[in-house]
Ligand binder design. Structure first.
Ligand code: P61
Length: 457
């Protein structure tokens, strides 16, 4: 059979509500044209994030019932720890309430002012947690990563030449660790190859610099390796994931992505001394080391989710579904970050709406239009999120790219939902020349995109 189907049937349903165009117009006006301020009830298809939005399986819900809530050394912790150890292979496994808690613990113990931490591209919470210690978070993706139209099988790779130059320039003593984010979220959910990870490790090892993986979407990354990298077609995604982690000294993980749960995370390391310090800090802010800010039932659901996410049928459906969306909208003339990523499709609003200047937020205008047209909620990653107006000169500094991210929750939407998305996006594309820009009426001093209010020009 050629048709790729959802490899599950549906046991529990959650209704979604159609709204009329008039209702959506009023909702947009009330929310100041900011989709973060629209009630989820008023959204038909919610693509704001793939984080914490997965549908759990019957086995995960059964695990919730089995959860052992003993404060110390619960049975659920050992199931969680053994599953993580089996796949990730690190010596120490420390549960945290989500990814950023693992980041905060790791970076507060390893980074300080004057240090530089390289990554293919730091995700915003990673960057913020590194910068909070006074260290510099440096992005060194391969040059292709910054060009939306360029196709590359491993567009998430790190620029290893830039890594070598960094070590020569600042010295290994100022690089307490290096990171690699799989898949590279900020770069379009693009994968990183085994060859790249191996080379990074070879560069770092003689200097004694540890390599940590930001592992949120490790299963999607392993699937891309299986499909695209020479020598991996006959390996299971689990074997590939195990090999990837074998080159690393630890990882941070938001279980809200590829552990198919609604909350959770963990931190791993092979360093005994660091693990001891991490556990001390964990007790201070997250909880006892066998639960770390989670309930026993959460640990059960994570363990089960980590097993399910590595199933070949699941990953085939997952990546095919994202690719289908990407290919069908590009076939209809919509420019996207090429090639389609694992968890999301990024529409290039700068290319789609060249008549809207950056200071009128073309990607936000497009996200608003998708909601107005069809009740779809996406997120702007452009000048509303990253642009700045200089308070002295009044000069506007645009973001390098103007993107709309359509992040696909795992196991939540079906093929007909994706067909609906394609139709809506193509409909908006047909009348793109009539779409108008937006202007700000309110902005907070930092992270303005969450609370900003806008109005149509
Ligand atoms: C997302 F607007 N991602 O993509 P936590 N590393 C990586 C992530 O993608 C990530 C985290 C670490 C989110 C959620 C999100 O301002 C925002 O469990 C590669 O969320 O702490 C999260 O994991 C952090 C969206 C987070 C945001 C912060 O949608």
């Amino acid at each position: 059979m050629k048709t790729i189907i959802e490899p599950f049937k549906i046991k529990v349903v959650e209704p979604i509500r159609m709204t009329t165009r008039e209702e959506r117009e009023a909702i947009l006006e009330k929310a100041g044209y900011n989709l973060f301020l629209v009630h989820a009830d008023d959204v038909l298809i919610d693509l704001l994030t793939d984080s914490g939005t997965s549908a759990m399986s019957a086995e995960q819900w059964a695990g919730v019932m089995r959860g052992d809530e003993a404060y110390a050394c619960s049975k659920s912790f050992y199931r969680f720890r053994d599953t993580v150890t089996d796949i990730f292979g690190f010596k120490h496994v420390i549960p945290t309430h989500q990814g950023r808690a693992a980041e905060r613990i790791l970076f507060s113990l390893t980074c300080k002012k004057g240090d530089v931490i390289p990554n293919n591209t730091h995700f915003d919470t990673t960057r913020a947690n590194i910068e909070f210690t006074g260290a510099e978070a440096l992005d060194i993706p391969i040059p292709e990563a910054r060009k939306p139209e360029v196709n590359h099988p491993f567009k998430g790779n790190m620029d290893t030449k830039a890594l070598r130059e960094l070590i020569d320039r600042v010295g290994a003593e100022r690089i307490p660790l290096a990171l690699i984010t799989i898949t590279n979220n900020s770069g379009g959910g693009q994968p990183v190859s085994v060859a790249n990870i191996r080379e990074i490790k070879e560069i770092l090892a003689p200097h004694g610099i540890p390599l940590y993986v930001d592992a949120c979407r490790f299963a999607e990354n392993a699937y891309f390796i299986q499909q695209r990298e020479e020598g991996y077609a006959d390996k299971s995604v689990k074997e590939i994931a195990q090999e990837v982690f074998s080159y690393a000294d630890g990882c941070t993980m938001s279980a809200k992505k590829d552990a198919l749960v609604n909350i959770g995370g963990f931190l791993c390391t092979n360093n005994d001394l660091l693990a001891e310090q991490e556990r001390d800090l964990l007790i201070l802010t997250e909880g006892f080391p066998t639960y770390g800010g989670l309930a026993g039932r959460d640990l059960e659901a994570i363990a089960q989710g980590l097993e399910e996410v590595l199933e070949q049928d699941y990953l085939e459906y997952r990546i095919a579904s994202t690719r289908y969306l990407g290919e069908h909208i590009t076939a209809g003339g919509v420019p996207i970050m090429e090639p389609p990523g694992g968890h999301a499709i990024y529409i290039d609003a700068k290319a789609m709406l060249p008549h809207i200047p950056a200071e009128q937020f073309p990607a936000q205008a497009l996200a608003v239009e998708l909601y107005r047209e069809a009740g779809i909620r996406a997120v702007e990653i452009g000048s509303l999120m990253f642009g700045k107006t200089d308070s002295e000169t009044g000069e506007f500094q645009a973001s390098a790219m103007e993107l709309v991210r359509l992040a696909i929750p795992r196991r939540v939407y079906t093929q007909s939902h994706v067909d609906y998305l394609v139709e809506a996006i193509l409909e908006v594309n047909k009348r793109r020349e009539s779409i108008k820009g937006l202007e700000l009426t309110y902005e907070a001093p930092f992270l303005r995109h969450f609370t900003a209010k806008l109005k149509p020009r």
